[in-house]
Design a protein around this ligand. Sequence first.
Ligand SMILES: N[C@@H](CCC[C@H](N)C(=O)O)C(=O)O
Length: 265
Amino acid sequence: MKIPFYKYQGTGNDFVMIDNRTQVLSKNNARVIKELCDRRFGIGGDGLILLEKPEMEGDDFKMLYFNADGNESSMCGNGGRCLVAFAKFLGIINDKAKFTAIDGPHQATISDKDEVSLQMQNVNEIKQMGNSVFLNTGSPHHIIFTRNVPALDVKTEGAAVRYSDEYLTQGGTNVNFVEPQEENVFLVRTYERGVEDETLSCGTGVTAVAIAAYATGKAKSNTVKLIVPGGELSVSFILDGSEYKDVWLTGPAQQVFKGEIVCKP
Ligand SMILES: N[C@@H](CCC[C@H](N)C(=O)O)C(=O)O
């Protein structure tokens, strides 16, 4: 059997994308998903995303996200943006989308320049620990404000935090290293749980960074620009009391190639 797949990338965070409305791919096979995400033995990707039939009234589709290790995980912001572009390509939506992912409902819009804006979950809990901050934007993020971010060994330093006693019992965390560039502009490098390496961009990560920067007084505006190794993203939000609402992640999402998965018997 041959399963059609597409490859998408959003600021270098790359995903294998499958239209699974007819259940062509089994979700319960972590080994197969891991192999498909492998950059040598498979297609290659930071994760795999299934577009499935909607289960909630008013939704256009449902999102299922798997990390490159083959396991289903929490929300992927760049993956969600890429999935919206995929849904447009498939003719399911035009320039607006409503869908449900593991963290709940999302809305999205596509601009005439093909930038995808995705509404993220509200944030009402932010933990500050010296130069570090922890918050959950659909996925858990530890943020370290530091210097000389381009020179860091993100894989080693990120793994040390991800596997620390503090996070191990909670299922781990993603780790973001952040350095201010100009007013309301931050450089971000992210170690991703489930990829267990640095990725070129992380959507829930930069969303967490923007909110953390604002909450700690490092950003003055509620629209923040994030520079990541794979490009640029922007995040906007409204602070209502102690809750961050109307949180939007915006950036490019592109189809890179398509092909067929040849399933071995
Ligand atoms: N790349 C993602 C985050 C994906 C989830 C993460 N690896 C985790 O398991 O928490 C993004 O763009 O948000």
